[in-house]
Design a protein around this ligand. Structure first.
Ligand code: NAI
Length: 561
């Protein structure tokens, strides 16, 4: 790697800093002799120091802060740490710790990361984007903090989400970090607590009208096309209605996607495919009832219907297998409060606000919790599902942990071990009546980093639903077959990079087959993806340009008398 930086300036750049791993020749050439200890350590030795220091951090949040600080100083060592044990570190750098980190964002803030663009900069967005030092940005993950995880409107405190999400592009699928830009669009917040918190880091204004917000987002999206022409925009954690509407507004015009809508849908579809496999059925043999009809629910219902159409159903037949229930009860044709995108799932049915009654009447094979409300899959719900089904499929996806619609222990206990279960967060194995169950985590981090890697390598011009369905199928195909009988619906996290490389290869093939690639078609997609994978290893750093540094001769040790 070539750099024109020298001395302290170089050590302060996390993308080139090797800390105690510079060679003597690099120290000489880069003017850092005496600025770092006179040793040359390996990455593994540095990693063992990181692990030791992490061992002294008593809470997940402290570990999160430590790791983010490491990222601010030494990018390679950060990724080496996270990628050394993804099952251990993903819950620290992302869900569930990120929820607490966001809630306290203004309090634990150390250093700027990514960009903060406020609605007061309207008319100047392009100029602001040009302040970002990296000119070839390939992904912007952007939120307005409108609906952070299941925690509601966190405004600027939601800025932790794009930071964490983009770390996963690298840690899970090997997208090189230099191409990634986390972005917070500040349009205010309606969160009273933050509006009165002196340490809150956003505008102290309530949110504008939808029209004003969308015109700001329009300017942002168009400015990105000019300033970063190869960039894909990943929308994350907007309110449900904004998420769906903004996706519709841009998806056919620009390279954009919404992870809450499409990524969640993709990973839940994986779980549905695997659950059907465990039961020896097809997706189209199943009937689905959702608790929650927001961005995650609608995105999933739409993607599921597209997958059902690929299995040979008409769209109407597919939609007739999907029912939804929200805060106001079952979505049915007499409801007058539904938004346009919910209407395809409002079927002829008597109105009801009783979820158990809805289960008994609709007889779903699968219930999907995307309601944001913990404990809503009660004992009565699970017992009703178990009366109707030999193997009820229970997907309790809301997060963070305490928002899960039910725990795996509850699902397995109340169904007497019959439930096939997954959650949005990782729960430990459950031991019941001498059997061990492995509750899977329907975490989008199996999907969006792989989609990202495929888009990055193929320079895709659009992100389509078909790409998410292909990713879902690719992930499902990689669940170890010997663990299916323990109810595992997802591949093991310990092997996530390999899983995502293979998934990205299948998605990349689809990108080429659909005519959306902007590079030449490779002969072998897996090796094509592997060529693009970032490795957390220090490259040799070479001094170019700028001032030449005078060599500091090493004195020979004096001979002892
Ligand atoms: P949203 O706010 O857009 O929608 C929530 C929906 O739940 C609305 O339709 C609302 O009417 C309904 N609801 C609220 N309280 C209810 C109740 N007591 N009974 C029945 N329905 C109720 O939220 P969004 O974006 O759809 O997210 C939903 C949940 O899914 C969140 O907790 C989020 O963390 C989770 N999620 C999980 C992901 C995963 O990977 N597992 C990824 C994305 C979201």
């Amino acid at each position: 790697m070539a750099t024109s930086k020298r001395g302290i300036e170089l050590l302060q750049d996390p993308s080139v800093n090797k800390s105690t791993a510079f060679t003597e020749a690099e120290k000489q050439a880069l003017g850092i002799v005496g600025l770092v200890p006179d040793v040359t350590e390996t990455e593994d030795l540095q990693l063992s120091r990181v692990m030791m220091q992490l061992g002294h951090k008593n809470t997940d949040l402290e570990q999160y802060i430590y790791l983010l600080n490491l990222l601010d100083h030494n990018e390679t060592l950060f990724y080496r740490t996270v990628m050394s044990d993804p099952a251990r570190f993903l819950p620290i750098v992302y869900d569930p710790t990120i929820g607490e980190a966001c809630l306290k964002f203004g309090h634990i803030y150390r250093q700027a990361r990514g960009m903060y663009l406020s609605i007061t900069r309207r008319g100047k967005v392009k100029e602001v984007l040009k302040n970002w030092p990296q000119k070839d940005v390939r992904f912007i993950c952007v939120t307005d903090g409108g609906r952070i995880l299941g925690l509601g409107d966190l405004g600027a405190s939601g800025a932790g989400i794009p930071i964490g999400k983009l770390e996963l592009y690298t840690a899970c699928a090997g997208v090189p970090p230099k191409y990634l830009l986390p972005m917070y669009l500040d349009a205010g917040t309606n969160n009273e607590q933050y509006l009165h918190d002196p340490l809150y880091l956003g505008m102290r204004k309530t949110r504008p009208s939808t029209e004003e917000l969308y015109s700001f987002v329009d300017e942002f999206v168009e400015a990105v096309q000019d300033v970063f022409p190869k960039c894909c925009i990943h929308f994350e954690d907007w309110t449900g209605v904004d998420a769906v509407h903004l996706l519709e507004r841009y998806r056919d015009k620009y390279c954009v996607y919404n992870d809450d809508v499409q990524g969640t849908a993709g990973i839940v579809l994986t779980g549905m495919i695997t659950a059907a496999k465990i039961k020896g059925k097809k997706l189209s043999d199943e009937k689905y009832l959702f608790l929650g009809a927001g961005s995650a629910g609608i995105g999933l219902a739409n993607l599921l219907c597209s997958a059902l159409v690929q299995e040979g159903l008409t769209l109407e037949q597919a939609q007739s297998r999907v029912y939804m229930f929200d805060i106001n009860g079952l979505l049915e044709t007499t409801r007058t409060d539904l938004v346009d995108f919910q209407k395809p799932y409002a079927h002829r049915h008597a109105p009801t606000c009783d979820f158990v009654a809805a289960i008994e009447s609709i007889k779903p094979t699968t219930i999907i919790g995307v309601s944001t409300v913990g404990g809503t899959f009660t004992q009565k719900v699970i017992e009703a599902m178990s009366r109707i089904n030999e193997r009820p499929v229970v997907l309790a996806l809301s997060n963070p942990t305490e928002h899960a619609e039910c725990t795996p222990e509850q699902a397995y206990t109340w169904s007497k071990g019959k439930a096939i279960y997954a959650a949005g967060v990782q729960f430990p194995p459950v031991h019941l009546n001498g059997q061990t169950f492995l509750p899977g985590q329907a975490n989008n981090f199996y999907i969006f980093p792989a989609i990202g890697m495929a888009v990055f390598a193929a320079q895709a011009s659009r992100v389509t639903d078909e790409m998410f369905i292909e990713a879902a199928r690719a992930v499902a195909d990689q669940v170890p077959s010997d663990l299916l009988n323990q109810g595992l619906l997802y591949p093991l996290q310990s092997n996530i990079l390999e899983t995502e490389i293979r998934t990205a290869a299948r998605v990349a093939k689809l990108v080429f087959d659909s005519g959306l690639a902007r590079v030449s078609r490779p002969a072998d997609f897996e090796s094509f993806i592997r060529q693009h994978v970032y490795k957390p290893e220090y490259p040799a750093v070479e001094a170019v340009g700028a001032t030449k540094v005078e060599a500091i001769r090493t004195a020979k040790p004096a001979k002892s008398a």
